[in-house]
Design a binder for this molecule. Structure first.
Ligand code: G6P
Length: 617
């Protein structure tokens, strides 16, 4: 949450910063702001709303400067208004800061500083931090970098910050703890950002800062530049320079109206990419190096716990069903936010799988730390290469779907389920809990998935057509059984997050224990009815809805006639193994949510109040 970007070099900073903000806008869009260092002055412009509102604000201003910092905000402390927007100045406008994270002890620091005569202009924790740094700097007559070290050792909480100074206009100081920061190293110039997306078009050489790192980027008189990274104890560090593998085209809409639609359509490719090099259809083999290297941990596990948030948590639920079916090992799925705080019992012989698209979700990171403290082996399933979770886990697998920019997760979900299936297949063969015949069948079904996704995407027009009927529905119910129950949850989440229609997902049989009371002619009920095992039961559930005049939208397997006959609208998807239906059937649910949201005029890629990367708890 909150995106930060900074530039220091020979070029004009504003175009670089504003483009960077657009790339990071998925992290929050309550307000945006920029500070440029110009003729020994720090000039700040900030505005409530989106990055485009900031651009409107400055459109007639001559913005020049070769050093600058910029921020797009997801509000935590203080209302999302102009005054609370970043950057924030210190008392005499000597320093300016941008910040992603939360300073938890800001209130007590603020009181102390107020006693010393400091005044505050915003309600933010960020302004308190820059005032503290400035206070320490002046009181002790020390350089800014020393003051940053001292101040950061006093604060509790999470931060990724960038600071510029009017007295030292050739320097940017950045630091991170709990929130991500990447430095891009150009030719005599530096870029800094919350993730690599604003950097990739300028340089491919990056350093991912670690918790506790403080970086000082400086332009030297001879046209060269210098970067020094220290930890909080002032010990100099030399982290490796890494090579970015991202393409610029991955960050563009590629002709689609929205990133979300592009990402839905990418899924045939992203699933193929996720399986590539891991499934060998000719040799009927699944190989995941992270699993093979640590197979003893998994095979001797007392239990597998999967922890995640949001859509990743839904993928985890599908994973629970797959792992229990194929591996015969007990699996528990827990929200990371619950796992981290409650009195969780974790044994040293448990394996914990953490799933996260962004690799930065604060609760999931904290759950990982807790699992490690309890001695468990922790395995990550992440998408963003180089993010914090892959670095915090003992081993893991990347989903390799490329940047997911739409706030509502789509292609990450299908790839997460694929990875969980691969893990289960790999281990089930080792454990001999699967017959060779079944193993080969499932590999075949996985390998067919990209083509079947392409087939499923052809339903788009039909889904668009009947979305019009439901555009102004106020409620929606999603029902599924077995593997389709987590999918019902995911379908409901997609709809509510982007169209603001209240939607609930339920295991179909549980409908009788509450939601059935809501059903009337105004209530659309989406039923995923592909199960072979419990087909008759789900047909009965549909009858129960119809008896109360509910309108049925069904997702069925091609060739199904019985459920079609009971449905007001029916979507047929290609036949596949029951455990892989969530991969295929998620696509019509994503498209339905997308079209309803577009028809309602909602901002699909940036739904209100949400952010893609939740770096605060
Ligand atoms: C936010 C996003 C969701 C995502 C969730 C977990 O709520 O809007 O799309 O599923 O965070 O994020 P993660 O990056 O850990 O998968």
């Amino acid at each position: 949450m909150c995106g930060i970007v900074a530039y220091l070099g020979k070029k004009e900073a504003y175009p670089i910063l504003i483009k960077g903000l657009h790339r990071l806008e998925y992290r929050g869009y309550d307000s945006a702001g920029i500070c440029l260092s110009n003729n020994a002055n720090l000039v700040v412009y900030k505005n409530r709303g989106k990055v485009s509102d900031l651009e409107d604000l400055v459109k007639d201003v001559n913005l020049s400067g070769h050093i600058g910092i910029a921020h797009t905000r997801w509000a935590t402390h203080g209302a999302p208004n102009q005054c609370n927007a970043h950057p924030h100045y210190s008392e005499n406008e000597d320093l300016a800061i941008i910040h992603n994270g939360i300073i938890e002890n800001y209130s007590s620091i603020k009181q102390e500083l107020a006693k010393e005569g400091r005044t505050f202009h915003s309600d933010t924790d960020t302004e308190v931090l820059i005032q503290l740094i400035d206070y320490i700097r002046i009181k002790n007559e020390i350089p800014l970098s020393e003051a940053v070290h001292l101040a950061l050792s006093q604060v509790v909480g999470a931060y990724a910050i960038a600071i510029i100074s009017r007295n030292d206009p050739d320097t940017i100081i950045a630091a991170r703890k709990g929130s991500p920061l990447v430095i891009g190293i150009g030719d005599g110039e530096f870029f800094l950002a919350s993730d690599a997306t604003p950097i990739v078009e300028h340089t491919r050489k990056v350093i991912y800062l670690e918790d506790g790192d403080i970086a000082e980027m400086r332009l030297l008189k001879d046209g060269k530049s210098n970067l020094e990274i220290t930890n909080l104890e002032n010990v100099v560090k030399t982290p490796p320079i890494q090579q970015l593998e991202m393409n610029l085209s991955m960050l563009e809409k590629g002709g689609f109206e929205h990133f979300m639609l592009k990402e839905i359509y990418e899924q045939s490719r992203t699933v193929r990419d996720c399986l590539r090099g891991r499934v060998n259809a000719e040799q009927n083999n699944v190989a995941l190096s992270g699993i093979i290297d640590h197979k003893d941990k998994f095979l001797n596990a007392r239990r597998i716990i999967i922890t995640a948030c949001g859509t990743s948590w839904h993928a985890a639920l599908v994973g629970e069903y797959i792992l229990e079916e194929l591996l015969h090992v007990p699996v528990e799925v827990e929200y990371s936010s619950e796992f981290r705080y409650r009195d969780t019992v974790v044994f040293p012989d448990d394996v914990v799988i953490a799933i996260s698209q962004s690799g930065e979700t604060a609760d999931t990171l904290a759950a990982i730390e807790k699992a490690k403290e309890n001695g468990a082996f922790v395995y990550g399933i992440c998408n963003v290469v180089g993010s914090s979770i892959p670095r915090a886990t003992h081993s893991g697998t990347y989903t390799h779907v490329g940047p997911e920019i739409g706030v509502a997760s789509t292609k990450a979900f299908t790839a997460q389920v694929c990875v969980l299936a691969l893990i289960a297949l790999c281990l089930a063969r080792e454990k001999k809990t699967i017959s060779e015949e079944r193993y080969i069948q499932l590999i075949g079904a996985l390998c067919d998935m990209p083509l079947k996704i392409e087939e499923t995407l052809k339903l788009d027009e039909k889904i668009h057509d009947f979305s019009k009927i439901f555009t102004y529905s106020r409620n929606f119910l999603y029902l599924g059984r077995g593997y389709n129950y987590p999918l019902a949850l995911e379908g409901a989440l997609k709809l509510k997050e982007i169209s603001y229609i209240h939607a609930e997902g339920y295991p179909a049989a549980e409908m009788k224990h509450g939601p059935i009371a809501l059903i009337d002619a105004e209530m659309p009920v989406l039923v995923i009815a592909t199960n072979r095992g419990s087909y008759d039961k789900i047909v009965s559930n549909i009858q129960e809805v119809k008896a109360r005049k509910g309108r049925i939208i069904s997702v069925v397997t091609e060739g199904d006639e019985a459920v079609r006959g009971l449905s007001d609208f029916c979507i047929s998807i290609p036949e596949t193994e029951e455990m892989f239906v969530p991969i295929l059937a998620s696509i019509p649910l994503q498209l339905l949510a997308y079209h309803i949201a577009v028809l309602k005029g909602c901002n699909v890629d940036q739904p209100r109040n949400l952010a893609k990367s939740v770096t605060v708890e």
